[in-house]
Write a protein of this length. Sequence first.
Length: 517
Amino acid sequence: MGHQLEKVKELIVLREQARLGGGAAAIEKQHQRSKYTARERIVMLLDEGSFEEMDMFVEHRCTNFGQEKKKFLGDGVVTGCGTIDGRLVYIFAQDFTVFGGSLSETMSQKICKVMDLAMRMGAPCIGINDSGGARIQEGINSLAGYSEIFQRNILASGVIPQISGIFGPCAGGAVYSPALTDFTLMTEGTSYMFLTGPKVVKTVTGEDVSQEDLGGASVHSTKSGVTHLTAKTEEEGIAKIRTLLSYIPQNNLEEPPYKKTNDPVDRLDDALNEIIPDSANQSYDMYDVINMIVDDNNFFEIQPDYAKNIITGFAHFNGQSVGIVANQPKYLAGVLDSNSSRKGARFVRFCDAFNIPVVSLVDVPGFLPGTGQEYNGVILHGAKLLYAYGEATVPKVTVTLRKSYGGSHIVMSCKQLRGDINYAWPTAEIAVMGGMGAAEVLYAKEIKESANPQILLNEKVSEYNKLFANPYNAAKYGYIDDVIEPRNTRFRVIRALQQLRTKKQTNPAKKHGNIPL
């Protein structure tokens, strides 16, 4: 028996060694940077005691540049599975204490193994990135390793949810895995993402820029839209990933999880009957509307600081998970532009891929005019949103609160883009354009020849508004299913979603469409 005990002791020693990653000094250094280790992050993220680690004893096989003398068990990434709120997830967390978390061929094989398992089991895959990039000593093998990961990201897209947490550096080719996943979260101050670092930028363009200004969380959450969520601390970031998963199903063949609520279905909010200002040029806050109609005032926003003229995020209606897309009149008057169109389109496509109904709250005066937008391809970006709504087969409920003009009316989940239930508030103005623009076009000649052009113009504007700046014209044609009392919005949306539970709709058979990217 003594021999067997020795073997067991050896296993225990090796496990302890593997759990130390790059060693105590490297762990201390990681903590000094206000960062947790890969294993600490996994413990925080998963349900207590649920982590099942894989490939703890894997070592790299590189013999270049004396690498064979430097080996660590696990080789720079911790992989395995566990549960979040009792639901299975697969995870890999890069270990910065081992070779700066740089990617080797064997490390890629470990990551690919959990990605393959996630696909086989139909469970979400979470990647925590904290890495100096490719392991240069391994040359092309490291690049091949990245490519293997990316190929799996692509095939898993729309099949299982993929979430990336950026908890440190993520540069060069490494940025493409997060870019291919559904949601990316960055920590403020300790994470950055860029294809080429400050030194290369300086050499090539002469530009002096810090890591933070080139690819920090603030840049990617406000300017580029690369990241969907940010967090001040790693604890907050991990809590956000857990919350995000609570709204989405395990895979594309399942429904999202139901969340019990005591919020009454028929709760009325009288404030909604007065929220729209008397003047068409005055704004109000769309967040107030969202919070009043969803379960328990609970709204989990995606990309809150990017393209603020459109709001995207998750909520529950009577326990059912939904994606909300809403114009924000408080920001740029709620107009659509290139960035807000892309933001909305990506969110709608995620919801459609994972069986999450989409509720659209519309108050949009049009697209942002100007050379800046046209040169930036606003036509193509607007078409993305249009495409996303038109392609989506999940239940779609649209509520028009105020303005809904021209092309922007069409792209915000109108009836002809297969909106299932389209409601309007009595304040809705559904028309080709606003009264002023319409009167100037329709009565240009009369106004020009009039003795009092301003008075005539005002008359014609109010005449046009009376005829068209209301929901009843659209309702006459059945383009609006019902005009509803604003305070009743929650009840009517829930009723619509209940009705649509058994919706079945398919798109024509094809390899895939060609979305205007």
